[in-house]
Every structure is written in C-alpha cells, then in structure tokens.
Write a protein that binds this ligand. Sequence first.
Ligand SMILES: [Mn+2]
Length: 441
Amino acid sequence: MQKLPVTHYPQRRTQLIQQLPAGSAVILSAATLRYRNRDAEYPFRQDSDFHYLSGFPEADGVLLLLAGENPRSVLFCLPRDPEKEIWNGYRYGPKGAVSEFLLDDAYDLDQLNAKMVELLAGCQRIYYPLRDLDLGKRIDDWRQRIKGKARSSIPVPDMLQDLDPLLHEMRLFKCPQEQAMMRSAGELSAAGHIAAMQSCKPGLMEYQLEATILHCFAQQGARWPAYNTIVGGGANGCILHYTENRDALADGDLVLIDAGAEVDGYAGDITRTFPVNGQFGQDQRLLYQLVLDAQLAAIEAIKPGANWNDPHLQAVRVLTEGLLELGLLSGELQQLIDDEAYRTFYMHRTGHWLGLDVHDVGEYKQQDDWRPLLPGMVLTVEPGLYIAPDCQEVDERWRGIGIRIEDDVLVTEQGCEILTAAVPKAIDEIEALMASAKEQE
Ligand SMILES: [Mn+2]
C-alpha cells in the first residue's frame, strides 16, 4: 500500500514552527491503546495530528517542537525492549525514531518529565491542543517544576495557546503527494463498492455485503476502513449512521452502503445506493435520479472562487424542485427552500472536509462567512433523501426509501477532480454492472 514519503514530516514541522514566534514550543501526544475486553486491544490508530507531524506509528509518544533560531524536533517514545517486543511486536525506540522519521532527537518516555523541564525552560509559549486535558495537566506539571527549580531569571512558559487552528489550517490543504494518497484511498474504496454491487442478491445479509467490502479493502492492503461501514437495506437506509448491519436484504428493496478504505491514514468516503435485485423499481428510480441530479449539480458548483456552501445550496434547490414535482412537498419553491421544508427528507449537510480524519479538520467559515474553496481542499458531496417508513406526510409508495450518493472531490486550479469516480452511480450503469455480474455467475 502507498505511503507518504517520510521527508514530508520534517517539512511539515518546519512549516508549522516557522509560523510561531521565537520562544514557542509545540507539544502533541500520540494516541494510546484502548482495550475492547480484558487484555485484547482495539486496532491501534495513531492520532491524526500526531501522525501528520511525525509519521511515527507507535502508541503513547510525546512530540515536542521548539521554534526559534535553533528549531528542534524531539520525540519521546517507548524504549526498545527485547522481552516486550517478543509479545507485542517491534518498537523503533529513540534511535530508530530519529533515523526513520528524521527527528532531531528522541528519548525514552522514562525521561519525559526531566527532559521536558530542561527543554521548556526558557520558552515563553506552548502551543498544544487545548482540548487534550491530559496533556494540559502534564504541561501544568512541567511548568510548576520549572518555576520551582529556577526561582531565577529563567522564563516560565506562561502563555498557553491552542494548536488546533494553526495545524488544522495546514491539514486542510493537501499537497500533491497527499492528493495521490487520497486518490488511492478513493480508488480502493471504489473497488469495495463495485465488489458489493457485483455480489449483491436478495437473501444476503447486510453483514455479508460488509464482509465483501472489507475483504476487498484488505486484499488491496487497506486493512482498516476509515470508519464503521454502513450497510442498510430498505428502511435501514433511512437511519443515517446505521451500523448494526444485521438484517437480510430483501428483493425489491434498495441497499445503502457508506464505506471507505484508509490509506496511510487518509480516508476514502463513498456512499452508493443500489437495488438489491439489480433493477430499480419505478418509485425508487424517480427518487434516485433526483438525488443523483442534486449530487451532480453540487459537484458542478465546486471550483476555486465558489464558497463552501455553494454545493449545498445547489443540492437543496434541485432536491426541493424535485420533491415538489413528485408531490412529496407542496407550496412555492423559493418559500419551501427558505423554510427548509426539505429537512423532513434531507436533514444533513451536503458534505464535509476529508483527509486524515473522515470528518476532517479545518474551518468551514472565516469570520462569519462561508470560506472560499481553494485548490488542494478535499470535500465530500453527499446529498440524500430519507423517507421514513412511518412518514404520514407522503404517499405510502415513497415510504421506507433511503438514498444517499457520495463522492470525494478535490478542488483543483481548473475546477475539481472526483477521486471516487470509478464506482458507477448512473442508473443504467449500476444496472448494467449488476446484470453482467449475474451473467458471470
Ligand atoms: Mn461522508
């Protein structure tokens, strides 16, 4: 599986600390292992911010960056330990960390308190994620120790500032190599969805389609999905975050699948909705085409100079027009849009930033305005319609239909690039793919 070249990590560290005044330090914690029962862990996933600046894949480390004339990057990590490594696997240790991840220094975690007090003495400000309360406590402790020790002219880092806005603004813009990673995540994810379409048939269980997708991801080297897979047949497709995936897929129903692979930390995020038996029914066809039209209109709106909200406005307009035409809404178009009447059937926004986190970091507004789209940003476009099975406001024939269509889109100089275009989404393309899979059985 593709990996980001390791030289990116020191480049990012430099880019970050160049924005800080001399006398500043940056501190970040790695993720810790979590247990799912007794001594069996959940699969380890590095903290996205920590990964972005270090590439270091182990738990429990602490990263320190010092700005100023002699900028330094220092990692505290678990020491090599032949006995523990027999049980729990290879560790880089401080030496390996320095050589493999191009850090200036690294120390055993045992030395964390002593070394931090030494290295932070003389700093005036510390940038760290203020939401990380555990790290906040550690930092307080180090500051107290510096105060207690010095009682002299050594400045204590008294200014504590949030690292998130600075770091997350960097993460929002994907460099060409990151774009390549995300293209790869998009392609791997697309293959999983195609495999699901090809293997789907009435009577299959939702978890079996999930298994097909995860198998496809893992076969390509993406062992972990970027988030929990949603496979919702029929009315389960109306539950936005349905992950039970335990029901049988019924002939005549649609199935909604929201699944994405993770490639070196970067997320794919695709949703497709298709007929369990390979053929859209009449009413399903009408609603599906409406969601697809909304999605295409939203993607059309993505280009440099447009703002974050433009795709959403396009989707909302197309959906409202269509709902009016099909008789699910009644009234005057602009009034319905202003009143957000569509929210009964479309209750989420049209997308989110995408990157190391599936709902990636980065502000959506600047001051009070939706921010302009710029090359290097990656967002999802995912309008949907969810007609609750007990919705009394609409004709019975629409009830229990849930549809979402989601692609990952990179903003480019010219407009945009759809990173997940390999999975069909036009009605005839989906039906053709499913028909040819049946023939080959
Ligand atoms: Mn999404």
